[in-house]
Ligand binder design. Structure first.
Ligand code: ATP
Ligand code: MG
Length: 487
């Protein structure tokens, strides 16, 4: 190529003119599609590639239509109106994401007469990493949003609150009634008695079930952050608050239920503000100066003795009365021991489901050992003990020996462990109790003699004919072999 003297650029006007023509050439070579709108936002020109990209039917006139008619989420009008170019942006067209530029077009007099939008799609190889990163972030965001939405729904239903004892049924009944009403619920009970389970079940059975269920554990969040967590933060409310508004749990729960767990751990300094929201149904976020109405039902829970805390001055009496509209006491496991067998059965099934294995069963002596324990950690502790036993035992049928972590049951001589377990069952008609006792003794004798009927009749001191008659009446057959006494 012959050498030519470098062009001398000597004026502003020259720079502009050269830059403009070079830019046009650059756009020409880069763009995948281009569209121009006029001052009214109507398309005055669009190239065929763009038409093909949006799948425009060739027979219909596109020029003259409003840009939003053709591209509903176009930002071109905005660029034309503000005069601010969007040099690089990502536009979503169907499932595709494209890099686009939007430039306001100036007339001779310098006034804006329209805008140009160009799609710089595949050609800009250099932008590929950014685009794929953007796509990754979008898909992560969608995942997190989905998780959050799932996290705001009830995990439990009433059917999962296991127990048929009088106390369990009463608790469940009270909770069902609370679900039909709107007042604040206060769940009181020792650790592991099912307060969280019941809070979810009440929300799920209430009129607010379609709304969010948001939980906040007052004991798990440092005091300094609790106010912001509950009521939200306005941009720049305090040093380090950030420039974005953050929603508080009350706002997130709007239209639904807020589960205030461990409410007894709510710092005294925050209690007046909480009381105000409960009383007025309005809240003020941190650094905000406007009150905002919220429609939230509160279900609070605690294992603490709130009345004693009021006496000691660490819990406000007025807040207590606001929370205590519908109080529900959850009985500890030691007050409803007759529920232990059915709880074990359910928990063993759940443990098996999680491990993807067949469920373990309990022998009578295993059950007796569990039923005799104090269970200060209640259902949670029972579950943990069963989980440990399942993990450590080679047997599918757990016996007393599989629970070395619990004290052994001391039984009076002559009283079988099965009958000591029965001592915890509710009182029933004598006929039924006698039949049950006969059944247990006959099964024990059958086990002891290896199911040889003649020998069984002998140990029991009855005739063989009498034994057959009893077996028939009690519905015992060799199918009962090995499964007798299982949960
Ligand atoms: N009645 C019940 N039936 C079945 N499972 C139960 C029952 N009560 C509690 N559980 C189970 O026991 C565990 C503890 O329950 P939950 O977390 O609701 O207790 P909690 O009262 O909130 O305890 P904490 O005060 O320690 O937070 C959970 O796994 C729950 O599913
Ligand atoms: Mg809890």
């Amino acid at each position: 190529m012959a050498w030519s003297a470098p062009t001398r650029i000597s004026s502003d006007a020259e720079v502009r003119s050269l830059a403009a023509s070079s830019l046009v050439k650059l756009f020409d070579s880069l763009y995948e599609g281009a569209v121009v709108i006029d001052q009214e936002g109507r398309i005055t020109w669009i190239n065929d590639k763009y038409k093909a990209l949006i799948g425009w039917n060739g027979s219909e006139q596109i020029e003259g239509r409003l840009i939003e008619e053709v591209l509903p989420n176009s930002r071109l009008r905005n660029v034309m109106e503000t005069g601010q170019a969007d040099l690089l942006d990502v536009l979503t067209l169907g499932r595709r994401q494209m890099v686009v530029s939007r430039i306001p077009l100036h007339g001779e007099a310098g006034n804006i007469i329209g805008a140009l939008g160009v799609i710089l799609f595949d050609r800009l190889q250099a932008l590929k990493p950014i685009v794929s990163k953007f796509q990754q972030m979008q898909s992560d965001l969608a995942g997190v949003r989905k998780q959050l939405a799932e996290g705001r729904h009830a995990k439990y239903r009433f059917s999962q609150f296991v127990g048929a004892s009088r106390l369990a049924l009463e608790t469940k009944e009270q909770a069902r009634r609370a679900a039909e009403r709107e007042g604040a619920v206060l769940l009181l009970g020792e650790t592991g008695t099912g307060k969280e389970l019941l809070a979810h079940a009440i929300h799920a059975a209430s009129r607010r079930a379609e709304g969010p269920l948001v939980s906040l554990n007052a004991a798990a969040i440092p005091e300094a952050l609790l106010e912001a967590e509950l009521f939200g933060v306005e941009p720049g409310a305090y040093t380090g608050a950030g420039q974005k508004k953050r929603m508080g749990k009350f706002q997130l729960a709007d239209g639904g239920t807020l589960f205030l767990d461990e409410v007894g751990d709510m710092p005294l300094s925050l209690q007046p503000k909480l009381l105000r929201v409960l009383q007025e149904g309005e809240l003020e976020s941190l650094g905000g100066n406007q009150l905002r109405a919220v429609n939230v039902r509160v279900i609070a829970a605690t294992s603490r003795d709130l009345k004693a805390m009021i006496e000691a001055g660490s819990f406000r009496a007025d807040l207590y009365y606001r929370l205590n509209v519908l109080p529900i006491r959850l009985p500890p496991l030691r007050e409803r021991r007759e529920d232990i067998p059915v709880l074990c059965e359910t928990l063993l099934e759940l443990i098996a489901e999680q491990g993807g294995e067949a469920s373990c069963t309990l022998s009578a002596d295993g059950l007796a050992r569990l039923a005799g324990y104090e269970w200060s950690g209640n259902v949670r502790e029972l579950r943990n003990v069963l989980e440990q036993a399942v993990a450590q035992s080679a047997n599918r049928r757990l016996t007393s020996a599989d629970f070395p972590m619990l004290p052994e049951v001391v039984t009076a001589p002559g009283v079988s462990q099965v009958s000591s377990n029965q001592a915890m069952a509710p009182v029933r008609p004598l006929r039924e109790a006698v039949a049950a006792a006969e059944r247990v003794e006959i099964l024990r004798a059958l086990e002891a003699t290896g199911w040889v009927k003649m020998a069984t009749a002998k140990v029991l001191g009855i005739s063989r004919a009498k034994l057959y008659e009893k077996l028939g009446a009690l519905g015992i057959s060799s199918e009962n072999q090995d499964t007798s006494g299982d949960v």
